[in-house]
Design a protein around this ligand. Sequence first.
Ligand SMILES: CCCCCC/C=C/C(=O)SCCNC(=O)CCNC(=O)[C@H](O)C(C)(C)COP(=O)(O)OP(=O)(O)OC[C@H]1O[C@@H](n2cnc3c(N)ncnc32)[C@H](O)[C@@H]1OP(=O)(O)O
Length: 378
Amino acid sequence: LLQVVRFLAARVHLGRATMRASQKDFDNAVKQVKLLKEDPGNEVKVKLYALYKQATEGSCNVPKPGVFDFINKVKWDAWNALGSLPKETARQNYVDLVSSLIPSSEASSRGEPGTQEKLLASEDVVVTSEDGITKIVFNRPTKKNAITTQMYQEITQALKTASKDNSAMTVFTGNGDYYSSGNDLTNFTSTPSGNIEEFAKRGADILRDFVDTFIDFPKPLVAVVNGPAVGISVTTLGLFDVVYASDKATFHTPFSHLGQTPEACSSYTFPKIMGPAKANEMLIFGKKLTAGEAYAQGLVTEVFPDSTLQKEVWARLKAYAKLPPNAMRISKSLIKSSSEREKLHAVNAEECTTLQARWLSEECIGAVTSFMSRKAKL
Ligand SMILES: CCCCCC/C=C/C(=O)SCCNC(=O)CCNC(=O)[C@H](O)C(C)(C)COP(=O)(O)OP(=O)(O)OC[C@H]1O[C@@H](n2cnc3c(N)ncnc32)[C@H](O)[C@@H]1OP(=O)(O)O
């Protein structure tokens, strides 16, 4: 048992080297353990005990119980086996272990093979889990999957949940002919008080949280771009790890047309991905790219014929989802290092502040009014 505990501790320590559970996550996990409906069994309870002690008190610092004090000796052995594991790592491992014990219906997903579970009760954003893949679907096909304020918040929440669930990766796609037409332009007119300044402030906060969640998402994040993508549904792609696209997809960022400016860190990621010359044409002049062009410029990983996209992409993703999840997460954290994420958060904050002011500009208000009065379409 000792060897197993040591091995697990070292392995999990390595696997979670780049993760940090907050004190709040830990406190929540402690509460969740008390609410578990099923007994997790003695072996798990001993592990939880040891991790709890290590997280709260550090290395084992009490005398070894006598040989006949069986229960306390097993607990002591497990704690002692954690050696000098840092408190922070023990806290993270505790949180991970607890989240693995919570049934999918309560937490998020466990992804039993072949069973699809609906995880979020929303019409417009559908979240399911199957075969180790959490799938987040834009589901407003009659509105070309335009993203409402509520959808931003639901997606933020879905990503936070997915970051801790048992799935290996998260995949975004759209229902219907569009991937997404971007921000729902009626967001600007549907603030409860009709006060645009209030919308601008609240919108910037919601947007910053939304994008921050993409920046910090620890598992592979994949987009299956099933059709045209506009605005923020394009810019967020720069924060994905892999982007598969239908040959019917297009990529359009008409910010200047709308009196707006780039978001989702695209002012940083796009020049990095495709070079400034191409990024400028997209982000300043609103040049729409075909799927082939987006592939040539490095925004898209691979383009598929629309007729075979679903079959080919999902077969491939299911196979990828079986790869060792910790290895994938660690590789991702090497590629998107903490200094890179820091940079992205700073870019996000600046873009949101800029947009907040832009939304109050005549240029932007005029463009939205034109769309609403059906005078303008992209
Ligand atoms: C918290 C705030 C964060 C803000 C983040 C900043 C984000 C910025 C962006 O995303 S900028 C991009 C914004 N998007 C647009 O400007 C697209 C506007 N839409 C269009 O130009 C066209 O609808 C189209 C080219 C996408 C599709 O044209 P078409 O094929 O002719 O279809 P329809 O126009 O008839 O569309 C069907 C139906 O959907 C409604 N709709 C489509 N897109 C949007 C949208 N983005 N916002 C609101 N509504 C949209 C359209 O009005 C039609 O509705 P109707 O059937 O008339 O009720």
